[in-house]
Design a protein around this ligand. Structure first.
Ligand code: ADP
Length: 254
């Protein structure tokens, strides 16, 4: 019941923002063109956030019922990282985040499910923002380390006590109320990241200390035939074109 309450709360917030800004525009009260453009951007940004939250819940339910499938295709890493980050450009700037991007030159194409890895990366960026305190600084890195692709999201936020490092990847688990208080979340984001990592025969690691920040890394094999042959097909058929996240989340049967 906590999960249902948390998810509903999570969904309500962007929805009420969209409604408020939509109604204000509809009433013709915003006469300044620059301000109007800003309102449209807020609506777009909040709808994207809504889509991501819904995708998370739908994918989580697919994982729980063993129906989540992945389609690994050769993928250019840099555009994937940049596109994912672009979706956060506005809230990052609005909240005053300093963002550093370190993408190694000449990264090879990697066989991965771009939607799934993009979603995992988005969850890590979302968390980095959510669990930052006064120091608002995020670093995104992509490099080949020890023969694997390492995608890292680092923040200088509230950090996580060592005793919690293993548990945060469990579904519904959230670190003690006092720390997460006031921060929205349903506790499935990292469970999803771990599932995506493991489905690619990779893993996700965390380095973090309370008060110093956190560093999450998604490790993915560069090559290999990790996925069950044939399992990817349904996912590929289901996937909408990139840039249409709302369609991406539809149940397989529709
Ligand atoms: P939630 O919806 O609660 O954010 P997640 O599964 O994404 O769920 O994360 C689980 C918990 O791990 C969070 O509730 C939070 O306590 C902790 N956590 C995740 N990312 C970070 C981070 N970057 N910094 C500090 N704590 C984090």
């Amino acid at each position: 019941s906590d999960f249902v309450a948390n998810v509903s709360h999570d969904l309500k917030t962007p929805l009420s923002v969209i409604r408020m800004f939509g109604e204000t525009l509809d009433m013709g009260r915003v006469t300044d063109e620059t301000r109007r453009q800003e309102y449209y951007r807020v609506i777009t940004r909040e709808s994207e956030r809504l889509s991501r939250l819904i995708d998370n819940v739908l994918d989580f339910s697919r994982i729980e019922s063993g129906r989540r499938t992945y389609a690994r295709l050769p993928t250019a890493v840099e555009p994937l990282v940049r596109e994912t980050l672009e979706a956060f450009e506005y809230p990052l700037a609005q909240q005053g985040f300093k963002v550093e991007t370190r993408i190694a030159p000449d990264l090879p194409e990697v066989g991965l499910d771009a939607d799934a890895v993009g979603q995992a990366l988005a969850n890590l960026i979302d968390n980095a923002m959510k669990y930052s305190g006064d120091t608002k600084a995020i670093a995104i890195e992509a490099a080949v380390v020890d023969g694997r692709l390492a995608l890292t999201v680092a923040d200088q936020g509230i950090g996580i006590p060592a005793a919690e490092h293993a548990r945060i990847f469990e579904k519904f688990y959230r670190v003690g109320r006092s720390e997460t208080q006031g921060r929205r979340g349903s506790g499935v984001g990292l469970a999803l990241v771990r599932h995506v990592a493991e489905a690619h025969r990779g893993r996700v690691t965390v380095e973090s200390r309370p008060g110093e920040g956190s560093r999450f890394t998604l490790w993915l094999p560069l090559a290999g035939h990790a996925l069950d042959p044939g399992r990817g097909r349904r996912a590929r058929d289901r996937a909408g074109p990139r840039g249409q996240p709302a369609l991406r989340g539809l149940p397989d049967r529709l």
